[in-house]
Design a protein. Sequence first.
Length: 832
Amino acid sequence: MTCRHTNTFNYIVSEERQLANSEIAREQAYVDMLYRRLDELREEAAQRLATVLREHGGTEQALIERESAVARYADRVARLDAAENRLCFGRLDMRDGRRRYIGRIGISADDDAGDGEPLLLDWRAPAARPFYLATAAAPERVRRRRHITLRGRRVAALDDELLDREAAGAEDGLVGEAALLAAVNAARTGRMQDIVETIQAEQDEIIRSDHRGVLVVQGGPGTGKTAVALHRAAYLLYTHRHLASRGVLVVGPNPAFLRYIGQVLPGLGETNVLLTTVGEMFPGVVADRPEPPETAEIKGRAVMAEVIAAAVRDRQAPSRGDVEIPYGPGTLRLTERDCLRAAERARAGRATHNEAGRIFRREILDLLARQAAERLEAVALDEEGRPLDGGDPGGGLTEADRRALLAAGYPAELLEAGPGPLTQGGRETMLDEADLAELRKELQADPGVRAALDELWPILTPQRLLTDLFADPGRLATAAPMLSEQERKLLERPPGGGWSTADVPLLDEAAELLGEAPRTGPTPEEIERAEQIAYAQGVLDILVGSRSSDLEEGEEGEILIATDVIDARRLAERHGAADHRTLAERAAGDRSWAFGHVVVDEAQELSEMAWRMIMRRCPGRSMTIVGDVAQTGDPAGTTSWDRVLRPHVGDRWRLARLTVNYRTPAEIMTAATRALAATAPAGEPEPEAPRSVRETGVPPWRLRTTPEELPRVLAECAARELASLGEGRLAVIVPDARRDELGEAIAAVVPEASYGAVPDLERPVVVLGVRQAKGLEFDSVLIADPAAILAAGPRGRNDLYVAMTRATRRLGVVHPGPPPAAIAAAIPGELG
Ligand SMILES: Nc1ncnc2c1ncn2[C@@H]1O[C@H](COP(=O)(O)OP(=O)(O)OP(=O)(O)O)[C@@H](O)[C@H]1O
């Protein structure tokens, strides 16, 4: 399918014609009025914000109200600022003669009245919907749809479609062809743009879907999956305002991609959104450790959940025979049965490992305390149970006992006379409950006992669990008998060296089972809070000091002063305890944050373990999942939506499809599909290629070189492409393993080139490893050494397909030696 211009009228504006064109002048007047109103609203919101920021004091309730007003007005200011660029982009002329202007936000003449005809409709409002849906075949009471192009605050062009059947004769469903073509043909900037002006009907359907559960959007390259997912997030935040308090999580494939899409939602005025990669989802962990793909693949398997659970269990009173603990002058003994029984009790409540550990330790300390108590008595009583110096056993220890016990190394506190006798073995003992509690405390502080307890049921952080597991083949063998020896070998590694992306879902899984580890020291927040309280105390001291110096001696104060009604803690709360972090910042630091909606982009890349982690972030299972199983590059990634989703939502998910490619011209799309088909394993169905929205008449090309010459030839090609590109961006996509080497060679010839772990996508040239190119797009793409991309792993063919479909205009391939079959099939002729 290609665009036609049957029923559109374009008003192309040059400086001279602009004034002459009465239509444009009329629209300009309307747009001027909208911007005046926008300025007024901004001014109002900024003033309100400034006023609440100036307020202080008052009750706790007033503080809370003030905080929420600050957040509300700051949000409003951000929204109004975001609307500046292309405030209004459309007009609908309805059959009944009414007009609706469509824009980035809704604006009415009187903001407080809330009724009356709006001056501008938010693109997400139901009344704006015909702008995206109306066609000549189904005009939805629309007579004319007008696209208004603004440059700054000036109307630069108008593009009209008349939606009556006679004028139209159109039935292929593309809406606003001229505006759409202008958008898809525009030079790329390295940052994704929003598509509010040209959303197509099949996309609108998904963006506004009222499906509350899991919505999967499957579509080929360039069909707007990312764009649709982001616009859906903006739509949901607008339509269901309560979502803003839980926020929306967007999970993308890599940091470069997040930067690429990073401004779309703020540009739509939505800020309660956290963008993240899987590797960034465990607070406090930076997942930058490289790892062989085979290891990552094993770590991504669902069975690793069982491995982690077994690894945790293996740390709970492992049966290693009786335990002897040196204590005081003797030894305490725990039998294996004692330990197992305590472990059973600890596990009975289905508590997390660290919570259950508290129960286990209490049980064991009880046992040890009783043993120690018996030993105490043995020292203090003769064989018949009589006190050594004739004292009364029920009445506590005599002075002589005390001296003997102190000399034997028993703590002095225990030898204080307790409140009453304790029965042990049917007879009264010298020690009562308070003594036993004291003994427990002593035991707990004893290094020998602590070491034994740590061995039997250590307090574990996820990091410690995984470090110990991977560092110890014995532990691995116990926890992962379902893996082969060779697979376990791939998991082994010495402690230290940081974390890989595939470790992150395992850490998260472990955190679920372990629960919070009791902290040994204060958190930075607690330290800050203590400082706030100390400061507040200082303020109170000054107040009290000055107040008392005003009073005569003995005079009672009648005037209420601060300390009469408030203490330091509450004063600190009033002035410093408000959490000023944005919702996204708070959510990013909190592993247990439950998001209102989760968007997963390039979802085919996620491993089964990563899905488990993401599902935990969204207990309500309100999700938009977008991806393309034909683009799966990660060996642990998805080949079937049903397979990955079934364990989490059964069959309660819906599939929507996108079929039109807005990025890749037909010539390139055909080549990419041929390359994919040429490498298809036997029995795999023909890949379904999305229909490109346009042809460019520029065929992809390929050039043969030698392995030695590749860096030089590639750099020369990059320089040539850049020169012919003018505005726009060029990507050189290379095998992952050669990214830096080839990046350096290219940068030596083309100094504008950026490469590295997080390259600057706004530079004219960027060199990317093939996995970094996921989800991105460029005006021109050069692919280097396709054979190495294909050979890099089991999903090499998908990676090559992704690389080929990143281009919006031109594609070239440079291959050392003969082309691999996929490239020969895709691009038959070689450049001379
Ligand atoms: N309705 C539209 N109007 C204008 N541009 C659009 C429209 N839909 C998509 N596009 C553009 O098409 C390009 C591809 O969109 P997007 O990146 O969302 O596709 P995708 O399906 O996620 O691609 P891939 O899976 O290959 O990464 C983007 O430049 C996007 O802005």
